[in-house]
Design a protein around this ligand. Structure first.
Ligand SMILES: Nc1nc2c(c(=O)[nH]1)N[C@H]1C(S)=C(S)[C@@H](COP(=O)(O)O)O[C@H]1N2
Ligand SMILES: [Mo]
Length: 307
């Protein structure tokens, strides 16, 4: 297991704004999740001030921007399309099948999944391959808690994520922009890393459809497209899965897709990024600023070759 070297946010470092945001989140969380009937006891599990050691203390991107500037191509390719069209996505009932190279394949309902591990707030940077970024307060749990349910076999080396395909609710899939359903993949050690979470909420409430309801992957050190939305199937494999973006353009999108300012996209630089809501660009950080936690996963990899 890879242990964090130092906490990113100590309680003493939390800015007044973050404290405010956190209290407000807590209130929304209690209300939102109780109303949704998802986790009546969530209040006992997440108290105010219990910021995760995995969280950044940078200012949050506004809820408005987080929920109205999205990539979810199933609902269209324009940033405002998901907020406009994703309300039709059917999220109840929802099951996630976990299969492939495992001892005990299982299909779990959303209610069972939420009982596996307490939801905690993780404030993560999200860096899109297009050159913008956000800071999002997710509510989630480690993907490892879910993967352990099925007892992976020793031969399992990778995990593939398959997301929802609802032709009648998704206007975007009728256009041939990508090969549907949208799929992604991780190496098993990346999938088991404590930074990798499944998010069921953000800003203290259940996940808005446009952000990948009811359950989406979040891998903060990789470009945003690795974080598949509305996941329905997880498959353990012994071979590197071919992902949607690799099929669409292998020279532009590699399997690893680690955020790397030194390796440009063939058509644009990845050296800088614009934080949504800010005017000036900032420098992009290696592994999106999570190098202390994840660089050790890649010591044997040439990151220029395995981009
Ligand atoms: N199923 C699905 N998941 C997806 C995408 C998509 O088009 N379809 N877009 C990805 C991209 S490119 C990004 S940047 C993030 C955006 O997540 P957000 O809208 O919640 O910020 O979702 C990722 N997950
Ligand atoms: Mo993205």
């Amino acid at each position: 297991m890879h242990i964090l070297k130092k906490p990113h946010t100590l309680p003493s470092e939390i800015t007044p704004q973050a404290v405010y945001a956190h209290r407000r989140n807590f209130l929304q969380l209690s209300a939102g999740l109780v109303i949704a009937g998802l986790l009546p006891d969530v209040q006992a599990k997440l108290g105010p001030g219990k910021a995760s050691v995995f969280s950044t203390n940078e200012p949050l991107t506004s809820l408005k921007n987080v929920t109205s500037y999205n990539n979810f191509y199933e609902f269209g390719t324009a940033k405002e399309d998901p907020a406009e069209y994703a309300h039709t996505l059917r999220t109840k009932p929802w099951t996630v099948s976990i299969e492939g190279l495992v001892k005990r394949p299982r299909t779990l309902g959303m209610e069972d999944i939420l009982k596996l591990a307490p939801l905690e707030e993780r404030i993560y940077r999200l860096r899109c391959v297009e050159g913008w970024s956000m800071v999002i307060p997710w509510l989630g749990f480690p993907l490892a808690s879910l993967l352990r349910q099925v007892e992976p076999l020793g031969s399992a080396k990778y995990v593939e994520f398959i997301t929802a395909l609802q032709p009648d609710t998704m206007p975007g899939i009728r256009r041939g922009v990508l090969d549907w359903p949208y799929t992604e993949g991780l190496r098993l050690d990346e999938a088991m890393h404590p930074l990798t979470i499944m998010a069921a909420g953000l800003y203290g409430d259940i996940l808005p459809n446009q952000n990948g309801a009811p359950l989406r992957l979040v891998v903060p050190w990789k470009y945003g497209f690795k974080s598949g939305k509305s996941v329905v199937k997880i498959r353990f494999t012994d071979r590197e899965p071919r992902t949607t973006w690799m099929k669409s353009s292998p020279s532009e999108y590699g399997f690893y897709s680690n955020v790397n300012p030194a390796v440009g996209h063939p058509r644009w630089s990845q050296a800088n990024e614009r934080r949504i809501g800010e005017f000036f660009k900032r420098k992009t950080l290696l592994f999106n600023g999570y190098a202390d936690q994840v660089a050790q996963l890649y010591t044997e990899l040439d990151l220029r070759k395995h981009f």
